[in-house]
Design a protein around this ligand. Structure first.
Ligand SMILES: [Zn+2]
Length: 377
């Protein structure tokens, strides 16, 4: 058994075998066929037309898909970060290969070197990314939606202006937020309340992506005490967890019930911390009422399953939130450019998603949140 088989064994053994509905069989056939093509074993089938994505049942929507407009790429290098190449064509090609009909674009965590961008650079970054996203939607209305960046946070005035421009002029499908901004302004921080109020008034979808954690071992790999790549495997989802817990602590779900928060990567480590959060909070509420409050908030939010499709994660999420709040995502072009996405799509049934919910999780739920991407005809 090689390393890949060891890590992915539960679905390489079972994922392609189980599943009862015709729809599911179609979806599994498509993704397993693509996986075979990528391994160089399915080219004949692909040429015959049998396995082309358009011919398959199922409308797959990727709610966690990044775009890197030219100024994003330029600024990353100016800040000392690695050059990152991306074009819209690269996303489309990858989506077609995997069988993704539509993707919701957002900018990713800011990968930079030692320097921090100035306020002017952030303003320009935000505006250029948002204009670029709107143009992509205009050019490919059935393939893309876009989430407006509010990298301007925690600057409330600049963020309110950008939010108004993005929603009213650019017709963004929602906003893309980071788990924290600057040196420690975590989402939920009351200092950003006017922005949450406006998002709540508009009833926006707000996708929360992790920002880099408190320490980025890529710059000093020798100091990394963790065997796995610490940023991707631990720091990023843990930073999402910090933001989510802060929002729970600040009663964000109760104060702003109209914001449809989507938490990346299944909410990070949130599931394991609900009991502990309720039991260490000493505000006089008592454990049970506090646990109930936190659970209610968690069940009101949405979760993308990007690299989170494993039985423990899926069973936990289904216990914490309705299946209608689970969404498929890939992290393209990050995270290996979605190289495991076909496998992860195929793994949904054996990971615990009920057959009747598979189609909703891979695309139906996203169509409800993003009406622009509803399947036509
Ligand atoms: Zn991402």
């Amino acid at each position: 058994m090689n390393a890949k088989d060891k890590g992915l064994g539960w679905f390489t053994r079972r994922g392609f075998l189980y599943g009862s509905s015709a729809l599911l069989t179609g979806a599994m056939f498509r993704v397993s066929s693509v996986a075979a093509q990528e391994a160089g074993t399915g080219r004949e089938q692909a040429k015959s037309g049998v396995a082309t994505p358009a011919s398959m049942a199922g409308h797959v929507i990727d709610v966690h898909h990044h775009f890197l407009p030219p100024y994003y790429q330029q600024l990353a290098v100016e800040m000392g970060g690695e050059p990152q190449h991306w074009t819209p064509g690269m996303s489309l090609e990858r989506m077609d290969t995997i069988g993704i009909q539509a993707a919701v674009l957002s900018i990713s965590n800011w990968i930079a070197g030692a320097k921090e961008p100035t306020a002017e650079q952030i303003l320009r970054l935000c505006r250029e990314c948002n204009d670029f996203g709107a143009k992509m939607v205009q050019q490919y209305p059935r393939r893309f939606g876009f989430l407006a960046s509010l990298m301007t946070l925690p600057d409330v005035d600049a963020s309110l202006k950008e939010l108004e421009y993005a929603m009213d002029t650019l017709k963004a499908d929602g906003v893309g937020l980071m788990s924290h901004y600057g040196p420690g302004a975590y989402l939920g921080d009351p200092a950003m309340a006017p922005v949450y109020e406006e998002m709540n008034r508009r009833g926006v979808v707000a996708f929360v992506h992790p920002a880099n954690g408190w320490y980025d071992y890529r710059f000093e790999p020798g100091k990394n005490p963790v065997k796995l790549p610490s940023l991707g495997a631990a720091e990023l989802p843990i930073d999402t967890t910090r933001a989510l817990l802060n929002c729970l602590g600040e009663n964000v779900a109760e104060k702003y019930p109209n914001i449809k928060f989507i938490w990346a990567h299944g909410g990070g480590g949130m599931l394991m911390l609900l009991c502990r959060s309720a039991s260490v909070t000493n505000d006089g509420t008592g454990y049970e009422p506090m646990y109930d409050r936190l659970s209610k908030a968690v069940s009101s939010w949405y979760y993308d399953l990007t690299n989170t499709i494993s039985p423990p994660a899926i069973h936990g999420l289904l216990a914490a939130a309705p299946a209608s709040h689970l969404l498929f995502g890939t992290d393209i072009p990050r995270g290996g450019n979605g190289r495991f996405s076909p496998d992860l799509l195929a793994a949904l049934p054996s990971a615990g998603i009920p057959d009747a919910q598979i189609q909703n999780v891979i695309g139906g739920n996203a169509q409800t949140l993003f009406p622009r991407l509803r399947q036509k005809g």
